[in-house]
Ligand binder design. Structure first.
Ligand code: SF4
Ligand code: F3S
Ligand code: FES
Length: 235
């Protein structure tokens, strides 16, 4: 079937402002929105620019604003998009400069991610085998291990748009993944970072992040638990 798309286009090197490009794609209802974009790029206008890689919801590279909400294009079906609107709109995610069309500069996002030390910190002597952990201890941070760093949460957060210091929900999710890992010894460092301005108390409980997350992570629970760890030393 033929489906109409409106895609926000912008080449800052050549154009003074963005505009809507209108396209028709030949797709099936069970195709993903990413298939529609690929059809347009491969058959209609090869200059259309967007990131994608795995096409299976793992690499996190194809989050766009589809019909007004942050969505992973390879996990959102055409029939779901068409149930919302006959013309499918696609825009780049908010909060970062557009490099071209749907590609934004993610450096600011990854700088916030790096700021919470998202790696195992353990100063004990190097073990000769694995660092053992009980299933119960592993379960403690299971939800936040699912993050694919797609930025759908952070770029849907009005607090993040308004406050450039805010680390954003994705960085807090990553901090949670290590703060509650029984093998890690960097909790105090991370909690000190997240207690600063722009840290975990900057969240205003707007909840856009939870709706946007394609992995179904309970982000506000993670934020709450990091706050509890900070206030009551509960890890
Ligand atoms: Fe993406 Fe969810 Fe991770 Fe945020 S928490 S970066 S929305 S996977
Ligand atoms: Fe933003 Fe989510 Fe908090 S949308 S304000 S990080 S609850
Ligand atoms: Fe990898 Fe969609 S292309 S998550």
């Amino acid at each position: 079937m033929q489906v109409q798309f409106k895609i926000k286009r912008f080449n800052p090197e050549k154009e003074s402002k963005p505009y809507w490009g209108e396209y028709t794609a030949e797709v099936e209802p069970t195709d993903r929105v990413l298939d529609g974009l690929n059809y347009i790029k491969w058959n209609v206008d090869g200059s259309l620019t967007y990131r994608r890689s795995c096409a299976h919801g793992i690499c996190g590279s194809d989050v766009f604003i589809v019909n007004g909400r942050n969505r992973l294009a390879c996990k959102f079906l055409m029939k779901q998009a068409l149930a919302e609107s006959k013309v499918i709109t696609i825009e780049p995610i908010r909060g970062f400069p557009v490099i071209k069309d749907l590609v934004v500069d993610m450096e600011g996002f990854f700088a916030k991610f790096r700021s919470v030390k998202p790696y195992l910190i353990n100063n004990d002597p190097e073990p000769t085998a694995e660092r053992y952990q009980s299933p119960e201890a592993r379960e403690r941070f299971d939800d936040t291990t699912k993050c694919i760093l797609c930025a759908a949460c952070t770029t849907s957060c009005p607090t993040f748009w308004a406050d450039k210091e805010y680390v954003g929900p994705a960085a807090i999710v990553q901090a949670h993944r290590f703060i509650f890992d029984s093998r890690d010894q960097g909790t105090e460092e991370r909690l000190a970072i997240l207690s600063d301005a722009g840290g975990v108390f900057t969240c205003r409980s707007i909840f856009n992040c939870v709706e946007a997350c394609p992995r179904g992570i309970d982000i506000t629970k993670a934020i709450y638990e990091v706050r509890q760890a900070m206030l009551f030393n509960k890890t």
